[in-house]
Ligand binder design. Structure first.
Ligand code: DX5
Ligand code: ZN
Length: 217
């Protein structure tokens, strides 16, 4: 079953509470929160204080994607803010296994992400230590970019490895996903789909979510 995770990066930040309602009413499955620190990626977005303020206004799981250097410094505050899953970048974590163990020890789902230039071998080593792998399908930092062709091959390799090990892994894709690009990532084995600009640019978000779910079949 495909899960849809709209990213508030493309939402109207002057009314995030309404935007959360839009996500919930659309039939999407979780809220994707893009946390950027101005160091791992150039922009700065939101911190735990905003996540915590938003938490009471949605029933959906909060999926925090930490595009930050030194993620260990921030894991705890994003758990306390109400994240249900925390994804860190392999490129930013000097002791990846320890950071993932820390996330799980705090009682939330642990995810590891790789940027387009990073080899998927990095995550194959930790498949038994994560609940989700996030394959970036654009360079992290900005919404509205074009899907990078070939990223679906990484998804396929990761799915094959997880199947060999009999691990029921979530594989998430993030960046440039629309009703066309979703087909190749889902057929490669992705099951959690982030959508930012395409979702918020749509004037029928519920129709868009069901279109994505249907396109994926
Ligand atoms: C980019 C973020 C994405 C972004 C996706 O660094 O991680 O979640 O919001 O946006 P679209 O769907 O517009 O590519
Ligand atoms: Zn993201």
């Amino acid at each position: 079953m495909i899960k849809i995770a709209p990213s508030i990066l493309s939402a109207d930040f002057s009314c995030l509470r309404d935007e959360l309602e839009k996500i919930e009413k659309s039939g999407a499955d979780m809220v994707h929160l893009d946390i950027m620190d101005g160091h791992f990626v150039p922009p700065i977005t939101i911190g735990a204080i905003v996540v915590s303020a938003l938490r009471p206004h949605s029933r959906l799981p909060f999926d925090s994607h930490l595009m930050v250097s030194n993620p260990d410094r921030h894991i705890e505050s994003f758990v306390e803010a109400g994240s249900d899953s925390i994804t860190i970048h392999a490129e930013a974590a000097p002791d990846l296994e320890a950071s993932l163990a820390r996330i799980r020890s705090l009682g939330v789902r642990a995810g590891v992400s790789i940027s387009p230039e990073t080899d998927e071998k990095v995550v194959l080593k930790v498949l038994d230590k994560v609940d989700m792998v996030l394959v970036m399908t654009v360079h992290p930092g900005y919404g509205g970019q074009k899907y990078i062709e070939g990223m679906e091959n990484k998804v396929r390799h990761i799915r094959e490895a997880a199947n060999r090990l009999d691990i029921p892994l979530d594989i998430q894709v993030d960046g440039g996903i629309n009703s066309e690009t979703i087909k190749k990532v889902v057929s490669a084995g992705a099951n959690v789909i982030v959508t930012g600009s395409a979702f918020f640019n749509s004037n029928d978000p519920a129709g868009f979510v069901s279109l994505l779910k249907r396109s994926a079949i």
